[in-house]
Every structure is written in C-alpha cells, then in structure tokens.
Design a protein around this ligand. Structure first.
Ligand code: ATR
Length: 279
C-alpha cells in the first residue's frame, strides 16, 4: 500500500489561547484556497513548552504561531533564529523543518509595514519622524521594521521611561526618548503616529494624550484592534489624520507563516478582514 501524503497541520500556541483570532484567519485562507490542512489553537502551559515543541513535528505539524507568554522563550528552544527575531527578542512564527530543526521568525514588523503600505500607500518611511507611544514587545517589532525601512527618526514615549531608554540603547541614535508627560510634543512635524501601548483596548483606559499638535494628513495607526476604532483613532481622524486600524497588522503578520506551511501566498483583503471579524 502506498503512503498517502500527510495532511499538514499548523496552529497557534499560547496560554491562554481562546482569544486568538489566528484560527479564524488561517481557517479562512485554508477554505478559500481549497488547501487540505488544519490550523488549531493549542493552550500550552509554560512548563510544557519544550516537550510540546519536540512532539508537535512528530504529530504532523509543519509549524506554529506563537503568542503570549511563549514569544521570548521559543527563541532559546529554536535551532535557527532569523536576524529580525533575534533583534526583536521574540518570535511569532515557527517552522518545523524536515531536518528536525526549529526555525524561529518574527513577522510582526513586516505585518506592520505591509498594513501601512496597503492602507496608507502615500506614506513613505523617509518622509519624516515617527512618534511612537509604548515600549513593550509590540513597540520593539515596530521600531525594527521602521529602522529597516529607512525612517530618519523615531520619537518614543512610555509610561515607564526606562523601557524606552533600553530600546534607545538597543536600537541606537535614531530613537529620541520623550517623557510620557510631554508625549504630545512628539507630534510636531511627525509623518506617522503609532499607539503601541495597550491603552484603548476594550476594558483598558483610553490613551489620553493631547493630540493638538497632530497635523492633518499625518498617518495615525493603532496596534490595538479590539475595538477597531479606538478612541485614539477616532480623535486622530477628527483632526484630519489618515487612520489605519490595527487589524491589518494581525492579518499581514500571519501571511508569511501560512505561505511557508501550506505553500500558498495568501491575500489580505476585505474578505480576509470580514472572516476574522466574524462577519
Ligand atoms: P506588548 O507586547 O503588547 O507591547 P507589553 O510588553 O506588556 O505588551 O507592553 C504594553 C505597553 O502598554 C507598555 O508600553 C506599557 O507601558 P509600561 O512599559 O509603562 O508598562 C503600556 N501600558 C499599559 N498600560 C498602561 C497605562 N495604564 N498607562 C500607560 N501605558 C500603559
């Protein structure tokens, strides 16, 4: 009897995992392209991570997305780490290679840039400074991508100033740290404004920063996508900014993994958005 080809499995690992929208995203693409494969959410506790990563390839998994709290730790468990994942200090995409090695990548930054390219095509990194609120893991990925894209300056403010200073030490002179209390001043002459804090997310306080220095036509984007229209984006739009919501970053960061696992470059369009929003 000839062996039937194995149906490729992929998924997302995290703890908790129920909130993840990645199964909707990849499920949509699998159905859309008629690919025989499955994408499964897996709740894996911290202590079980090494064992799970060694078992998943044997069970037929070709790779996984990684979310909180495993994004940093998987770097130590992978044999091959891309430069950008090493620079960001976290991975969101693993590929289980045929030779048994785990390849770790971080596609958050490329997702961020692809979302801007699609929804704010007039914006160019070389145009002027970016103003960034927040200095967590998401901010790191954004900074790495903006520097790679040739941004001249990134102004950064974070409630805990030290975290912004650590980023400045890691990424160098193009970062200028502002005090959180003076964060509104970063908007003077900025071509791009980014909220990379968790403020504005459902159940969290709003990002309450004065936006009076935001010039009309500036691109404003939020990494928060629940809700899609955050109070920050609503106010930025009222001031004439070109706004880009955060859902597209989630969709675009998933595309490289899908392509590697299932062999088809997926599209990100209105149908993709609708599927992930459960419309
Ligand atoms: P992520 O990986 O999503 O970036 P994170 O590393 O926990 O998550 O970072 C969350 C970001 O939101 C940080 O910049 C955090 O500021 P601190 O470094 O001072 O904690 C910011 N943040 C969260 N709650 C905040 C609040 N109430 N006020 C101001 N900033 C807040």
């Amino acid at each position: 009897m000839t062996d039937l080809p194995r149906i490729p499995l992929a998924g997302v690992i995290g703890h908790p995992i129920a909130h993840s929208r990645s199964p909707l995203l990849h499920g949509h693409w699998l159905a859309r392209y008629g690919i025989k494969g499955h994408y499964i959410p897996m709740d894996i506790a911290q202590d079980d991570l090494p064992q799970a990563l060694s078992m998943l390839p044997k069970l037929g998994f070709v790779g996984v997305n990684v979310t909180i709290p495993h994004k940093e730790r998987v770097l130590k468990l992978a044999e091959v780490v891309t430069d950008r994942a090493a620079l960001i200090g976290a991975a969101n995409t693993l590929i289980f290679r045929a030779d048994g090695k785990i390849h770790a990548d971080n596609t958050d930054g490329v997702g961020f840039m692809a979302n801007l390219r699609q929804l704010a095509p007039q914006w160019q990194a070389s145009q002027g400074p970016a103003a960034l609120f927040g200095a967590g893991g998401a901010a790191r990925a954004v900074i790495a991508a903006l520097i790679e894209a040739g941004i001249p300056e990134i102004r950064i403010a974070n409630r805990t100033r030290l975290r912004a200073e650590v980023l400045q030490a890691d990424f160098g002179g193009r970062l200028v740290v502002y005090d959180w209390l003076h964060a509104g001043e970063m908007l003077d002459g900025a071509a791009l404004v980014i909220n990379a804090t968790s403020l504005g997310m459902t159940g969290k306080p709003d990002l309450r920063l004065p936006l009076d220095r935001l010039a009309a036509g500036t691109v404003a984007t939020d990494l928060v996508y629940t809700p899609l229209m955050t109070p920050f984006l609503i106010e930025a739009q009222a001031r004439g900014a070109h706004i880009v919501d955060g859902l597209g970053m989630l969709l675009h960061q998933g595309a490289p993994g899908f392509e590697r696992w299932f062999g088809h470059r997926p599209e990100v369009d209105e149908a993709t958005r609708a599927a992930v929003l459960g419309l």
